[in-house]
Design a protein around this ligand. Structure first.
Ligand code: M6R
Length: 611
């Protein structure tokens, strides 16, 4: 979703900002813009890609040492030049960019209209900016003070950067609910929505907290709370290399990230899964073992792909730990006044750690006394920080909009958690514990095996790329994998796809089956195998086209399917770590065959920071 970049220092600001905006393109956006300060404000903005903005400013005066830039994902008002950020205040003296939503902007706008203010966009951002200007004028106060007053009166989420024409050094920033990182250089500062625009300049960063205002100059970073009290900036060292956010020879981030999975899963297991000692070491769990083993109920809160990981965790935890689990869409959980009991544990799953619905759901659960355990990929993100304890997935930055390596990282963490809790609780025998540890340990090599030759999957993608609909079916641990396969295909091929438990198909979706409908079965050898064989027969009997993900060596499923993709055998508890890989590849190749920009499919944002 919206991306924010700012720079103040001795370099030319525009190239730093432009490069930063390009690094943030993966978040999803529909227009972009910059504001530079040098003898007044210069604002350039454009609907479309950052490259179009770049082209539109050729020949313009871009010289400045302070500036802010933005990629906008439309909320209030269509994608257009005039709705693009930065916005300029009525006096022409202030410019602002914003990520988030101001919920009470309508009454504020009405008041400002009565006072004679005019608006050149449909955005809530322009309203907030003029509100700040109005407060400054009426109170005859500093910009910082006016901002503080305004922020206390607005409802909503924001990360904003604000500059003034008469101050060619200072950026004022504030956040609540939307992320902001400040990179500390030598006589310069970099501001951004995440670390990717900053990493090539400095590894020292400060993550700004909610309700904090930052006054940023080349040699100075002042942090204050909304009560105007100074806060000590906490400097974190980024553990990330530039290569992690570049394509490294691949055509797309998505395929790079799919191929990284043997390494990312290995990194996730490293130091935690000690197969040679038959042990799992996870400090986030050990430090809170009582809360976790004594939990009366576990509620998993997440969105999208992370929610699918949650569904798989439900199967794992109920089977291995015998703790009842509920898996909730964060967006529903947060609004329906959920019942939280003392002794409930909430597991939050999120790649970005910034998903607004998940974050607010957690805030609510925390207020009611729940213990929050975060399974997060982005280090130091908001969800990681709000959690009482957690385990990072260590998949590295995921740039492709479609989540791939983060999902398998989540599964690896959740499997280790279930094993650790189950074994500590005594619901999992020593023998089974060791067996699953060894199976999990072998997963990275088995993923490598699937990725060795993907040409067969590419051929299947070419064969079915023109389908209008797709059905994905699975049972048990592979049911959420079917859901994930359908989501992936929708996201990057724009083909309508539905995922169902294979047996549920008889209760409605089977009406869709004819000779034109591809039905993908995730049908690996597990305790549901005989049942799913019958489900395949039912589809074949109605002339559906069956694509199957089956276990290497199986001959029954391939004899019925039109096309089969094999995956190595493993225990059913962790089978999704393997069975999802062909589905990721299939979606990728269908998307490519259809000429879709798979890394940035239409309408989608990588990090959904508005509800
Ligand atoms: O960053 P999160 O894991 O919290 O994001 C949740 C969803 O927005 C995300 O998984 C989304 O569904 C992906 N585009 C799936 O590929």
């Amino acid at each position: 979703m919206c991306g924010i970049v700012g720079y103040t220092g001795s370099r030319e600001a525009y190239p730093v900002i432009l490069k930063g905006l390009k690094r943030l393109e993966y978040r999803g956006y529909d227009s972009s813009g910059v504001a530079l300060i040098n003898n007044g404000l210069k604002v350039y903005k454009k609907k479309g890609k950052v490259a179009e903005l770049e082209e539109s400013v050729i020949g313009k005066d871009l010289h400045a040492h302070v500036g802010i830039g933005h990629t906008r994902w439309a909320t209030h008002g269509e994608p257009s030049d005039r709705n693009a950020h930065p916005h300029v205040s009525n006096s022409g003296q202030l410019a602002m960019i914003h990520n988030g939503i101001i919920e009470n902007y309508v009454p504020i706008k009405n008041d400002l209209l009565k006072k004679g203010y005019t608006f050149s966009s449909d955005t809530d951002t322009e309203v907030l900016l003029n509100f700040i200007e109005d407060i400054k004028k009426n109170n005859n106060c500093t910009l910082e003070e006016a901002l503080r007053i305004a922020l206390k009166r607005i409802v909503g989420a924001y990360c904003i950067l604000l500059v003034a024409a008469d101050d060619p050094e200072t950026i004022i920033a504030a956040r609540k609910g939307s992320p902001l990182v400040i990179g500390i250089g030598k006589g310069e500062h970099f501001l951004a929505s995440d670390a990717s625009p900053i990493i090539e300049y400095t590894k020292e960063v400060v993550y700004v907290n909610d309700y904090e205002i930052a006054i940023v100059r080349p040699d100075e970073l002042i942090l204050k709370n909304l009560g105007n009290e100074k806060q000590t900036p906490f400097i974190t060292k980024l553990d990330m290399e530039l290569a992690a956010i570049e394509k490294g020879g691949y055509d797309h981030f998505m395929i790079k990230e799919i191929h990284e999975q043997p390494d990312t899963i290995h990194d996730c297991l490293r130091g935690r899964l000690l197969a040679e000692h038959g042990q799992i070491v996870m400090s986030g769990i050990e430090d809170h073992l009582e809360a976790l083993t004594q939990a009366q109920r576990i509620v998993i809160v997440a969105c999208g792909t992370s929610w699918h990981a949650g569904l798989i965790a439900e199967y794992m935890i109920e089977e291995l730990c015998r703790i009842p689990v509920e898996v909730e869409y964060a967006s529903e959980f947060r609004y329906r006044n959920p019942i939280i009991h003392k002794g409930d544990v909430i597991i939050a799953i999120s790649q970005s750690g910034e998903t607004a619905d998940t974050l607010v759901a957690l805030e609510k659960a925390k207020e009611q006394g729940a213990f929050i355990f975060g399974v997060v990929n982005a280090v130091c993100s908001s969800i990681a920080r709000i959690s009482h304890a957690g385990a990072y997935t260590h998949a590295g930055p995921e740039i492709g909009v479609a989540s791939t390596k983060a999902f398998t990282g989540q599964l690896a963490v959740l499997a280790m958690m279930a094993l650790k809790i189950g074994y500590s609780k005594g619901t999992l025998s020593h023998e089974r514990y060791l067996q699953l540890i060894n199976e999990l340990n072998a997963i990275p090599e088995k993923v490598k095996e699937i990725l060795q030759d993907t040409s067969h999957i590419q051929a299947i993608a070419t064969k079915y790329k023109d389908a209008h609909d797709f059905l994905f079916l699975g049972r048990g641990y592979n049911f959420p994998v079917a859901l994930e396969g359908a989501l992936k295909l929708k996201e990057i091929s724009y083909i309508h796809a539905e995922g169902y438990p294979a047996a549920e198909m008889k209760h409605g979706p089977i009406a869709l089956v004819d000779e034109n409908l591809p039905v993908l079965f995730v049908a690996t050898k597990d305790s549901y195998y005989e049942k799913i064989v019958s489900n395949v027969q039912e589809i074949k009997a109605r002339k559906g086209k069956v694509i199957a993900v089956a276990t290497s060596g199986d001959t029954v499923i391939p004899s019925m399917a039109n096309d089969t993709i094999f995956v190595p055998d493993t225990d059913e508890v962790i089978a999704p770590l393997l069975s999802v890989i062909p589905l990721q590849l299939l979606s990728y190749y269908v998307g490519i065959a259809k000429g879709i920009d798979v890394d940035k499919p239409r309408n989608l944002a990588k990090s959904v920071t508005v509800e």
